[in-house]
Design a protein around this ligand. Structure first.
Ligand code: F6P
Length: 357
């Protein structure tokens, strides 16, 4: 008999349900008896003992559904070792609930913060297997996270829609793409949507270079320009600031997001009409794309296999087109970012895309 606890933590994304289904189906199809307990709303459920025993039917019909049927929450790693408002030791409470249910293993689906806590639980002696979810694709140790391709589709769709109206009106349009502090989503959606300028956090921009590119397009007869701007895009000047200086600057920041600052600067320097579109959380919503359905199912299935073999302490990832297991201690606390020297960036530049550098 195997007793498994399962939870989804952090910002949701598409294919979380597909991944959980992949784990569950693999376990239920094995010869061994299996019980799966679902903790509600991420680590909150594990801390406060909010869970329910899941059955085969819970995993039926969820392959195509976005979100997570277990619910999710952000439980920051930074404060995970601090007592809660009632003085509860959260880590001790998670361990207690794990032991009370006599679990053999926790299956944890999440991104960067989630993996830090998962690794902490591993260090505390719990058996853990994790799955890499995030639309940002910023998890170290895996070439791909599930949710990413679905988000690329949605952000691309947004850019496609903007393209036609931008062309009709001869406007400059900024589409702001999620991704937190990394640019994978913007880079991919930007290229797929035919953006003329792509701004990502890994390549700080110079506003004059952006205006130059827009002007160059105008001179060639293109009245409109599309910019795909990562929510974490940063100017060359700001990139030089220390963390403290940047934080101080942001305290007085008057724009809703970076795109509005860039729009104002372009407008002032070029006199052109600039509009901003922010697809926001739509990028995390809706059904997973077919790629993510297959990908998350494969990762989930592999996690099930590890559990059946009793191999714990790993994230199931994807490297060089193979599903792999990566030690959790290698993943936790590391961010995967776009390499400005990578071939995709070079190719994009050869296509004439400006990165504002
Ligand atoms: O990590 C996923 C993500 O969607 C990021 O791209 C974004 O910066 C962040 O989460 C938004 O977080 P929240 O849903 O808490 O506003």
């Amino acid at each position: 008999m195997k007793r498994i606890g399962m939870l989804t933590s952090g910002g949701d994304c598409q294919a979380l349900n597909a991944a959980m289904r992949g784990v569950a189906k693999t376990l239920f199809n094995a010869k061994e008896d299996v019980e799966i307990y679902g903790f509600l709303n991420g680590y909150q459920g594990l801390i406060y003992g909010k869970f329910r025993l899941l059955n085969y039917g819970d995993f039926s019909g969820i392959l195509t559904k976005g979100g997570t049927f277990l619910g999710s929450s952000r439980t920051p790693f930074k404060t995970i070792q601090d007592p809660d408002e009632n003085g509860l030791d959260k880590v001790a409470a998670m361990k207690q609930n794990y032991y009370k249910l006599q679990l053999d293993c926790l299956v944890i689906l999440g991104g960067n913060g989630t993996h830090k806590t998962a690794n902490l639980l591993r260090e505390q002696g719990l058996n853990v297997v994790t799955l890499p979810k995030t639309i940002d694709n910023d998890l170290w140790g895996t070439d791909m996270t599930f949710g990413f391709q679905s988000a690329v589709d949605i952000a691309t769709d947004a850019i496609d829609c903007i393209h036609t109206t931008a062309a009709s009106h001869g406007r400059v349009f900024i589409v702001e793409v999620m991704g937190h502090k990394v640019g994978f989503l913007t880079l991919n959606a930007g290229m797929a949507g035919g953006a003329d300028i792509i701004l990502i956090p890994e390549i700080p921009y110079d506003i004059d270079k952006i205006v130059e590119k827009i002007q160059e397009r105008h001179d060639r007869g293109s009245a409109f320009t599309i910019l795909a701007v990562a929510e974490g895009a940063i100017s060359k000047e700001d990139a030089k600031l220390s963390k403290k200086e940047y934080k101080k600057k942001m305290e007085k920041y008057k724009y809703p997001s970076v795109s509005y600052e860039i729009a104002e600067k372009i407008q002032k320097k070029s006199g052109l009409d600039v509009r901003v579109t922010v697809p926001g959380h739509t990028q995390r919503g809706g059904s997973p794309c077919p790629y993510d359905r297959v990908f998350a199912s494969r990762l989930g299935s592999e996690a099930g296999k590890l559990i059946l073999k009793g191999e714990y302490g790993f994230m199931v990832g994807y490297k060089n087109r193979e599903i792999v297991k990566v030690p959790l201690e290698d993943v936790a606390g590391k961010l995967k970012m776009v390499d400005p020297k990578s071939s995709i960036v070079k190719e994009a530049k050869m296509l004439g895309i400006s990165f504002g550098d």
